[in-house]
Design a binder for this molecule. Structure first.
Ligand code: GDP
Length: 422
């Protein structure tokens, strides 16, 4: 099987995300036979100008029929690997999906409309990528045809944007002038912009490196469900989940946190496969154990021979707030980390920053929509987690306010447990 990589295309609305994705699919021959012609024909019949965005809509519609998935998955292939493009209609959905684990982007293309220039969202998106630890980034300056392929316009955007990116510690792999609609500098170099000597979009994504980190890290898996079955008259249990990081082997001694119950892996089950002797990050598996212990969804499974995560009710996190209501130190929320849930309140809002202007204020009582804050959280029971810098998927969480995901965060420091209420 070819190596796979997940990438996300982000940008302000109308800056050309769907066009870029549609064009990449078309130009790498990754579309179903006849699809492009079919959409072009429908446009003609309806006297509408053809848009690559229609192509993408049609593909997404077909994929999602009958199945509910949060993020549509769109594939294209190069000689080197297969790419899955995570369609992120808006930054809220993207952050939600990334933090809840529904989507896992390893690299990003950030789009800017050359004609319109840098929008507030262009800055917020970059901030979110940095918050999520995605540091393989291409900045594509799109619609170069609308600015007469001007090198000085390109340089102006590049200079302005790099100033912002430097402040948030992002160093893009490259800035590329493109026209998504006309397919320029995507697959092949365009002679309309011969002043650009760098690589094309496709060359650049093929030069991205695959994240090995998750497989090589310590083993973590949140229990998703526990199912009972009978084997030779015995009642047995299978513990299901998707591996967050690391490797698990038959015979490994494991611990469930926070309960601290221990057991040994008797078998690993993977749907449709002969029971394997080991499984790795991102695989959905079931475990049977040598002993009968009572565990529940939300428990975090770790290997005893490896470093264990933190288990406490206090930690410091950087969060991005997207809620309709402000985040307030006087309210209670729900926190979800993996499949685990806990009640949470705020001990202190240490600092708040506007994600597009980067203006910072200390010690406020509320965080507004589109602001980033550093907060001390207190959960109503001890929870298990890692620092985001060690393991991404067990170091990030979402905050739920009145049933909606209203914020996402990454844990930067574990604090000593305290019992008294905030
Ligand atoms: P999205 O909202 O970011 O997905 O943007 P779309 O892909 O829907 O593009 C918005 C509009 O910009 C559409 O009408 C596209 O045809 C147009 N567009 C996209 N790329 C280019 C380009 O390179 N040049 C020009 N002139 N128009 C473009």
């Amino acid at each position: 099987m070819k190596e796979r990589m997940n990438i996300v295309v982000v940008g302000h609305v109308d800056h050309g995300k769907s066009t870029l994705i549609g064009r990449l699919l078309a130009d790498t021959n990754s579309l179903p036979v006849g699809k492009l012609e079919q959409i072009k024909k429908t446009c003609e019949l309806n006297a509408k100008p053809f848009e690559y965005a229609f192509l993408l809509d049609a593909l997404v519609d077909e994929q999602t029929q009958g199945i509910t998935i949060d993020t549509a998955r769109i594939f294209f292939k190069t000689k080197k690997r297969e790419y899955i493009i995570i369609d992120a209609p808006g930054h809220i959905e993207f952050l939600k999906n990334m933090i809840s684990g529904a989507a896992r982007a390893e690299a990003a293309i950030l789009l800017i409309d050359a004609h319109e220039g840098i929008a507030e969202n262009t800055k917020r998106h970059a901030y979110m990528l940095s918050l999520l630890g995605i540091n393989q980034i291409i900045v594509a300056v799109n619609k170069m045809d609308l600015v007469d392929f001007s090198e000085s316009r390109f340089n102006q955007i590049k200079n302005d944007y790099s100033k912002y990116l430097n402040e948030i510690n992002i160093n893009p792999v490259e800035y590329v002038p493109i026209s998504a609609f006309h397919g320029l500098n995507l697959i092949e170099h365009s002679n309309k912009m011969s002043w650009y000597k760098g690589k094309t979009i496709l060359e650049l994504i093929d030069s991205f490196e695959k994240e090995k980190e998750e497989e090589e890290n310590d083993f973590r898996m949140f229990v998703q469900g526990v199912y009972k079955f009978t084997e030779n008259g015995d009642n047995r249990r299978i513990i299901a989940g998707t591996i967050n990081s690391g490797t698990i082997n038959v015979g490994d001694e494991i611990i469930f946190l926070p309960s601290q119950k221990k057991s040994i892996v008797k078998s690993i089950e993977i749907f449709g496969k002969e029971a394997p002797l080991f499984a790795i990050a991102e695989q959905a598996i079931g475990l049977t154990l040598t002993t009968q212990i009572y565990v529940k969804p939300g428990d975090l499974i770790c290997r005893i021979d490896q470093q264990l995560p933190y288990a406490t009710n206090r930690f410091v996190a950087n969060i991005f707030w997207m809620g309709k209501n402000n985040l307030s130190i006087h309210k209670k929320y729900k926190l979800k980390i993996g499949t685990n849930k806990a009640g949470v309140s705020i001990e202190a809002i240490k600092s708040v920053m506007n994600a597009s202007t980067l203006k910072k204020e200390n010690y406020r009582e509320e965080v507004h929509r589109n602001e980033v804050a550093q907060i001390i959280f207190r959960t109503d029971k001890p929870i298990s987690f890692d620092l985001f810098s060690k393991i991404k998927s067990t170091g990030r969480f979402v905050i739920v306010d009145e049933y909606d995901i209203a914020g996402g965060g990454i844990i930067i420091e574990a604090l000593e447990e305290k019992e008294e209420l905030v």
